[in-house]
Design a protein around this ligand. Structure first.
Ligand SMILES: Cc1cc2nc3c(=O)[nH]c(=O)nc-3n(C[C@H](O)[C@H](O)[C@H](O)COP(=O)(O)OP(=O)(O)OC[C@H]3O[C@@H](n4cnc5c(N)ncnc54)[C@H](O)[C@@H]3O)c2cc1C
Length: 412
């Protein structure tokens, strides 16, 4: 049994692991190390701050006194640069070595920069930390025109921020609709219309070839691959994350895009675990390796990792992730893995209400609900139970759908 735990990352995965470890191992030494200058805050709410809708205070979850009160050694502004699994130790950027009995990597990802000219100019923003949100808010408040790039869940946050701060924006998308891997044009059009109502114009079959800057190095325009020029004082780029695996390059810890773990959040090195966005985990619901990028999933993985750091094999991660968008006057929810699957079924169930369910081998693997979220628990139940809905998929589109509507023979 371990009694010295080191956690790298104080996002929701690392922090929930620290909380669980303290509850279950009252005498253990717990150290939490973060590159950021502030302790756990609600990453989901920083967009509301950037929109100007929420002050700073309620976004903080753990202030520094929480760590003192729970006897957790918190190291802010500390970058871990090396993991030495031979000697069970990590090394910080200041050259300090900290030994562990058990290590948790809850290190998440870093937003990717566009590989185009002037992508690092002043006024071009990426969005991950509270510090990013402060800079975005300041920049967007002074802007009249914006450009947004990245037709996914974080890109739409930039659209909502521009809308809320009265910045006229062009949302440059590579394909012919927003989040085209999860929604069809019909579903996406509901989102496009909501953007337009807020002064954000989707521009399809576009993207960025390069940015133009003024003499001070501040962005003044984005030029798309078709040669169209969009003037802007603000640009938001959300094209995906690079997972923070560099510190593991010279270690035997197995990585691919992220850190590979089993359903107990353990890596191939016995006393090294990982949790949150960084993991490529064995998804017991899906039956294959998967990666989630959502708050609830990261929180649960942190808790599960902590249980298994104390007693490996005690509790597997079994979770259907979800992610909601609350910027508009209708609800939006994606669940599971809406971009996976070999089949799908979709329908407009009422005015402004649309749903799509992704299927693989006849089973629900994810989906998107717009306007009416009521079937979400039924769909999640079908996922957890791995029900085969072949031949009955149209039933999933019925208003008021319930699991009992399916023929009993499909039960596994
Ligand atoms: C603007 C925004 C809006 C979002 N909205 C939603 C939403 O509505 N719903 C939803 O479900 N999810 C949302 N998400 C995603 C969600 O916030 C993440 O999935 C979740 O926070 C991931 O938590 P994590 O602990 O795994 O990683 P992170 O929160 O990324 O934490 C990782 C931490 O590790 C630190 N770190 C990394 N490497 C090192 C190192 N070498 N040394 C020291 N520290 C290191 C990082 O600095 C960071 O603080 C949103 C994310 C953003 C940015």
């Amino acid at each position: 049994m371990s009694d010295s735990y080191v956690i790298v990352g104080d996002g929701i995965a690392g922090a929930s692991a620290a909380e669980t470890l303290r509850e279950e191992a009252p005498d253990a030494e717990i150290t939490v190390i973060t590159e950021e200058g502030e302790s756990l805050y609600n990453r989901i709410l920083i967009k509301e701050f950037a929109k100007g809708k929420l002050p700073e205070a309620p976004i903080s979850i753990h202030d520094e006194s929480w760590y003192d009160d729970h006897d957790v050694d918190l190291r802010l502004n500390t970058l871990v640069v090396d993991v030495d699994v031979e000697n069970d130790a990590i090394r910080t950027h200041e050259g300090e070595t900290i030994e562990y009995d058990s290590l948790l990597l809850a290190i998440g990802g870093t937003p990717q920069q566009l590989p185009v000219g002037n992508a690092d100019a002043e006024g071009i923003h990426h969005f991950w930390t509270f510090q990013d949100a402060r800079k975005i808010k300041e920049s967007v408040e002074d802007a009249d025109r914006g450009v947004i790039v990245g037709a996914g869940l974080l890109g739409i946050d930039f659209a909502a921020i521009c809308g809320a701060q009265d910045v006229e924006a062009k949302y440059l998308m590579r394909g012919d609709s927003w989040w085209r891997y999860a929604l069809s044009n019909e579903g996406a059009e509901i989102m496009h219309e909501a953007m337009r109502e807020r002064g954000v114009e989707p521009v399809f079959d576009s993207g960025v070839d390069h940015f133009e800057v003024d003499d001070d190095g501040h962005v003044v325009a984005a030029v798309d691959p078709n040669g169209e020029r969009y003037e802007c004082d603000f640009a938001g780029v959300a094209i995906g994350l690079d997972f923070n695996t560099e510190i593991l390059e010279d270690t035997p810890i197995e990585t691919d895009d992220g850190v590979i773990v089993d359903e107990y959040m353990r890596t191939n090195v016995d006393n090294v675990f990982a949790a949150g966005d960084i993991t490529e985990f064995h998804d017991t619901v899906l039956g294959e390796r998967a990666q989630n990028g959502a708050w609830g999933s990261a929180k649960e993985q942190g808790t599960i990792a902590a249980h298994n750091m104390i007693d490996h094999g005690s509790e597997p991660f079994k979770w259907v992730s979800s992610y909601s968008i609350t910027h508009f006057d209708f609800p939006f929810l994606s669940f599971g893995h809406p971009t996976l699957g070999d089949d799908s079924v979709e329908a407009t169930t009422d005015e402004g209400e649309w749903r799509r369910v992704a299927l693989k081998d006849g089973r629900v693997v994810g989906g998107v609900l717009i306007g009416d979220l009521s079937p979400q628990s039924a769909f999640k139940q079908l996922m957890r139970e791995k029900r085969d809905v072949s031949g009955q998929k149209e039933l999933l589109m019925e208003p008021g759908f319930a699991v009992d509507d399916l023929a009993a023979s499909t039960e596994h």
